[in-house]
Design a protein around this ligand. Structure first.
Ligand SMILES: *[C@@H]1O[C@H](CO)[C@@H](O)[C@H](O)[C@H]1NC(C)=O
Ligand SMILES: *[C@@H]1O[C@H](CO)[C@@H](O)[C@H](O)[C@H]1NC(C)=O
Ligand SMILES: *[C@@H]1O[C@H](CO)[C@@H](O)[C@H](O)[C@H]1NC(C)=O
Ligand SMILES: *[C@@H]1O[C@H](CO)[C@@H](O)[C@H](O)[C@H]1NC(C)=O
Ligand SMILES: *[C@@H]1O[C@H](CO)[C@@H](O)[C@H](O)[C@H]1NC(C)=O
Ligand SMILES: *[C@@H]1O[C@H](CO)[C@@H](O)[C@H](O)[C@H]1NC(C)=O
Ligand SMILES: *[C@@H]1O[C@H](CO)[C@@H](O)[C@H](O)[C@H]1NC(C)=O
Ligand SMILES: *[C@@H]1O[C@H](CO)[C@@H](O)[C@H](O)[C@H]1NC(C)=O
Ligand SMILES: *[C@@H]1O[C@H](CO)[C@@H](O)[C@H](O)[C@H]1NC(C)=O
Length: 682
């Protein structure tokens, strides 16, 4: 109960603080840049973490006149504010969110010391397996009892599974053969092979020598790119659940693309745009059908370009059941990158003990460590091995903790921060471009019922770090990126940026030119974020479909709105069917339930004002009908006084497949709205 007093106490301190600041405000010079601010909600944790004077909430003051506080306590109004695009800033600590949000506490997967550790010997460039003999005696409660240690090599297999080689026994400081990329380790009593003292698993980044003639001096070097991804993490929820990580990402050299807007609903379309420059539909049309075996191997993913430019490549995702290219898809036949975590991830999921925390939906621990650690440790090891040595590219992705709960990232805050600090200690930030990213925000659950739910699901995190040598050598790229922080951007731009990075370090051909790589296929107007984006860029320009576009934001509505609008849309569909003389063969539709109802906030209105509904406004509704559970989404003009509703029926989207619902008619448009009486399911 004691903790209940803390916020009140903070509130009082805050109010005094604010009052004092107000006294000083009039003296403030007003000639500086004055981003628009709005009053702060009385809940903030940013103040708690302000021991680092350089890391305010993104607006650094010059610190000369003691006005820091006014910056810290003011929030921006918009992430992007341009002529065609106004993306509202959402206060992560707003009262509505704080009323439902409770941070979670980190739980370690194991408190034990490791019994066997693969140690990389930098002189020999080989891994050795070191056994902690003290710990073995402790575990056996005797130094007399003998034990044996073994490893099992884990290899990829052509059937998207893994092969595990028979146990191989070894003795202290055994040198692991260079072909071993992943292993499961264990030690047991010599007289009982099932009395296991400890099991463990590791991916190894075995050394690969650079090709001859690779340049490392700045003017010719190829920048390494490390991409660290967390599924379903909006920039709003990152600020709320991982303020320490967010603070880290505001350090010098980091740029946040605050106008980065998702281009598709879930992970697959967003990563396809980022990694291939295609939307799923277009890839299917222009490359191959990714639902058939072998197609994904043919898609021109970015790692192929990196590899051709003599980069080493890595790709890792945790929770194998949800992997982007395997979830309802056939996956890769050939290992896509030089280092690839999936075989080991599958092996540990089935061979080691797993554990779920109380509020977890996916495995939280596998063996002695967090589910995501196998992917992220590969990242750490990969960077550590090569960062000073040769150019590398890798994407390291986790969905296990963040996909199903918007609160879980708070549990992992220190864990994620530790990876950043480890990168720092390993010199990653001196050499490499680092991208900290997500694919989209939370798509269901409590946050979706807030007014900001529309923005939450569409505004993923996107932070880009440029190392000092890169900023010094390419100041114009750093300047453009700085500007683009408040311009609309998408994954298609990021794809082009990765291609741009390859071109920057690219070798010249025999005519002395750097060959240009093909850019995002599905966004002709997209370009690298190292060039300034147009001020009047629209979602269409950035390849963002209208439905996901946040430039013209909507607000979630509750109360009786859903039932005032959706049934009238259904009436319009029924009228359309009867107007087409189809009433005799198509079912008369009726509402099952409303998924969501939203109101458009026009550019000339302030998103943050209390809702003042004008008599006629634009609304969006998504609903399900009883007939075969068909889903629809409509954008309508509704008059809240006369209750008159205007909609073009043929512009209403059908969200699920009509294939088995409309076999009685041929017209493509009618099929969207007709549930044939003959196809009606009970
Ligand atoms: C703030 O930044 C300056 C210059 O970049 C640096 O010298 C100083 O150590 C930083 N202070 C903190 C507290 O990080
Ligand atoms: C690790 O130690 C903490 C603190 O003693 C304890 O609460 C936790 O249950 C332990 N975890 C495991 C996995 O043993
Ligand atoms: C070996 O294990 C013991 C007992 O857990 C521990 O105190 C010691 O620090 C470990 N040694 C190393 C090098 O990790
Ligand atoms: C071997 O170890 C297992 C696991 O600790 C134990 O259940 C089993 O009884 C042991 N067998 C013998 C023969 O001691
Ligand atoms: C990589 O290089 C090979 C050999 O030159 C070439 O056939 C292939 O098309 C290149 N791939 C890409 C994605 O550029
Ligand atoms: C529907 O039927 C009526 C009379 O049966 C006819 O006048 C009308 O043209 C038909 N409309 C369409 C769209 O077929
Ligand atoms: C169709 O359903 C609506 C309710 O959605 C109802 O008001 C209307 O009478 C029905 N029309 C027919 C022809 O059954
Ligand atoms: C309907 O619109 C009027 C006029 O703008 C507004 O005052 C009223 O609050 C709205 N009613 C509802 C229920 O939103
Ligand atoms: C319906 O379509 C017409 C013509 O295309 C357009 O003028 C009108 O604004 C549309 N109405 C709605 C509600 O979208």
């Amino acid at each position: 109960m004691g903790s209940g007093f803390r916020p009140i106490y903070k509130w009082i301190v805050f109010c005094c603080f604010f009052a004092i600041c107000l006294l000083f405000l009039p003296q403030q010079k007003s000639d500086g840049p004055s981003p628009k601010f709005r009053a702060l909600q009385p809940v903030t944790t940013i103040l708690d973490d302000s021991e680092d004077a350089n890391d305010s909430n993104g607006f650094q003051s010059d610190g000369t006149d003691g006005t820091d506080v006014s910056y810290v306590t003011a929030l921006p109004l918009y992430f992007v504010e341009s002529s065609k695009c106004k993306i509202p800033y959402v206060d992560p600590f707003g009262a509505d969110a704080m009323a439902i949000y409770k941070p979670m506490v980190y739980e370690p997967c194991s408190n034990d010391t490791a019994l066997v550790t693969p140690i990389y010997d930098v002189i020999r460039r080989r891994y050795v397996l070191h056994i902690n003999e003290t710990l073995a005696s402790l575990l056996l409660k005797s130094s007399e009892i003998e034990y044996n240690c073994y490893y099992q090599e884990i290899k990829g297999s052509s059937s998207d599974g893994y092969d595990s080689v028979d146990r191989k026994y070894y003795s202290q400081d055994y040198v692991v053969p260079v072909h071993v990329q992943g292993l499961i380790l264990g030690c047991h009593r010599i007289d009982n092979t099932s009395h296991i003292l400890q099991s463990d698993a590791y991916t190894l980044v075995q050394y690969k020598a650079p090709p001859p003639g690779l340049f490392l001096e700045p003017s010719k070097r190829k920048p390494s790119v490390i991409m660290f991804g967390i599924d379903s993490l909006s920039r709003i929820n990152l600020r709320r659940t991982m303020p320490k990580v967010y603070n880290f990402l505001t350090r010098s050299g980091w740029y946040e693309l605050q106008g980065y807007n998702k281009i598709g609903d879930n992970t697959f379309p967003n990563l396809m745009a980022l990694l291939a420059g295609y939307s799923p539909e277009s890839a299917r049309e222009n490359v191959c059908d990714w639902e058939t075996q072998g197609c994904l191997d043919q898609i021109p993913f970015i790692w192929k370009y990196f590899r051709n430019a003599s980069y080493l490549t890595a790709f890792a995702e945790d929770e194998s059941g949800m992997n982007t290219f395997n979830y309802f898809k056939p996956g890769f036949k050939e290992q896509p990158t030089d280092y690839y975590v999936r075989p080991l991830q599958k092996a540990v999921e089935s061979d080691l003990d797993t554990w779920k925390c109380a509020e977890c939906s996916m495995r939280y621990c596998i063996g002695r460590r967090e589910t995501s650690s196998y992917a992220y440790d590969l990242c750490k090891e990969f960077a550590r091995r090569y960062v000073d040595e040769r150019p590398i590219w890798g994407l390291f992705w986790s969905n296990s903790f963040s996909h199903d709960s918007y609160r879980m990232p708070s549990k992992m805050e220190d864990y994620v921060l530790q990876y950043m600090l480890d990168f720092e200690a390993d010199g990653v930030f001196e050499q490499s471009i680092v991208i900290f990213l997500s694919d989209h925000g939370t798509r269901w659950g409590d946050l979706m019922y807030l007014e900001s739910g529309f923005l939450e699901s569409r505004l993923p995190s996107m932070f880009i770090y440029l190392p000092p040598w890169f900023r010094a050598h390419y100041p114009e790229y750093a300047q453009a990126l700085e500007l683009n922080q408040h311009r609309l951007t998408s994954n298609y731009d990021l794809h082009n940026t990765l291609k741009h990075i390859i071109e920057i370090g690219g070798d010249r051909d025999t005519d002395g030119r750097k060959p240009e790589l093909p850019k995002s296929h599905d966004c002709p107007k997209c370009h690298s974020v190292f060039y300034p984006m147009d001020e009047h860029r629209s979602c269409e320009d950035a390849g963002i479909p209208e439905h996901y576009c946040t430039c013209l934001p909507y607000k979630r509505l509750s109360g009786d709105w859903p039932l005032r609008i959706a049934p009238r849309v259904i009436d319009r569909i029924n009228e359309y069917l009867s107007g087409r003389n189809l009433s005799a063969i198509c079912a008369n539709l009726s509402l099952s339930y409303v998924h969501e109802t939203e109101i458009l906030i026009p550019l000339d209105q302030n998103f943050h004002d209390d809702m003042s509904v004008s008599e006629t406004a634009v609304y969006r509704t998504m609903f399900k009908v009883k007939q075969n559970s068909a889903d629809f989404r409509a954008t309508v003009v509704f008059n809240n006084v006369t209750e008159a509703l205007e909609v073009n029926v043929t512009s209403i989207s059908r969200l699920d497949s009509y294939e088995n619902d409309a076999t009685c008619i041929d017209d493509k448009t009618d099929k969207l709205y007709c549930i044939c009486l003959s196809n009606l399911k009970e």
